[in-house]
Design a protein around this ligand. Structure first.
Ligand code: SF4
Length: 319
């Protein structure tokens, strides 16, 4: 339903160009749950925020995006607002700063409906219904509360309610539980899973947490240095011929496949700066499988077996 092809986001700064996203291509089918995985600075959040026009104002965005058969020029903010923002909603990790502190919860919910031409009693009732759906109790009272009067978990539920009132085709959850304690995290994840199952919406979850991605999602899109380096069904994440960076990420998730995983800490070097221009493979400096050919040019992302794409010249080699 959603296809993103060769998405690039570059931000000019006084210190030079910042290549926040260099080449991100992936698809999300209707009802599919896709995790975008990577360390901080890998480009995963910028990838999704640029899809709904929320990149920094001076960022230069290019690429081809198609949502439900409609081709959208991603560099045209008006087209992005009309065709993508209207069908995609995002839930950020920090509900404290995402909600307007000076507006009551009810007003913030009703605003979403107003844009869609629903107001008055109908809007009020729809908001109560939605709060109930996302597990907020005492809905009438909550509608009159300000954000600071709610707990972190409750605010996150309100954010999810705001996202759902727009009836999106795609829900984007950007590290939705990072700021929450463990018990509330589990409740919010249960809620997202229930909503996804009941509505058949597509879900893109941005996370650095492989365990969470494995629990919720069908497929993993792994990003490194602004590139998609692997796109793999979750059922195949821990086995076989994975990209060296994917294997490194797995090491942070010991219960998944500790034996095969290679500790990230054992890989020399740091994640690359977003200003680096790569001559060869972006992961070459940290890769334990690097050979001279890896530095000869940027590896293309290619299908190494059915439904698995990797940006590595050594994947798909004969054992
Ligand atoms: S192309 Fe070479 S350096 Fe890059 S991930 Fe593959 S083996 Fe490692």
């Amino acid at each position: 339903m959603l296809s993103v092809d060769d998405l690039r986001v570059t931000i000019p700064t006084r210190r030079g160009e910042v290549y926040a996203v260099r080449d991100a291509s992936f698809t999300v089918a209707q009802g599919e749950k896709v995790a975008i995985l990577g360390e901080s600075g890998s480009g995963k959040s910028m990838t999704v925020t640029s899809l709904i026009g929320l990149q920094p104002p001076n960022a230069v965005v290019s690429g081809r995006v198609n949502l439900d058969g409609v081709e959208v020029d991603i560099s045209n903010r008006t087209a992005v607002r009309r065709h993508l923002l209207s069908d995609m909603s995002i839930v950020f990790q920090d509900s404290q700063s995402s909600l307007n502190p000076t507006q009551r919860i009810g007003e913030q919910l009703e605003e979403v409906l107003e844009v869609r031409g629903v107001s008055g009693r109908r809007a009020w009732e729809r908001c109560l219904e939605m709060l109930k759906f996302v597990g907020v109790s005492e809905q009438e009272r909550r509608m009159r509360n300000y954000p600071h009067e709610l707990s972190g978990g409750m605010r996150q539920r309100v954010m999810i309610a705001i996202a759902l009132l727009a009836e999106p085709k795609v829900l984007i959850a950007d590290e939705p539980t990072t700021a929450l304690d463990t018990t509330i995290q589990a409740q919010v994840i249960d809620l997202i899973q229930r909503i996804q199952a009941e509505t058949e919406m597509s879900l893109i979850m941005i996370t650095h947490d492989v365990a969470l991605a494995a629990e919720v999602c069908d497929r993993a899109v792994v990003m490194y240095g602004g590139y998609v380096v692997e796109d793999v069904p979750m059922s195949m994440l821990t086995g076989g011929d994975r990209h060296p960076y994917t294997k490194a990420l797995l090491s942070a998730m010991p219960t998944l496949d500790a034996e095969r995983a290679v500790a990230l800490t054992s890989i020399k070097g740091e994640p690359p700066s977003a200003t680096t221009r790569f001559a060869g493979c972006p992961f070459a400096e940290r890769c334990y499988e690097v050979i001279n050919d890896c530095r000869e040019g940027l590896p293309a992302i290619r299908e190494i077996r059915p439904r698995v794409h990797a940006r590595c010249i050594r994947r798909g080699e004969e054992p």
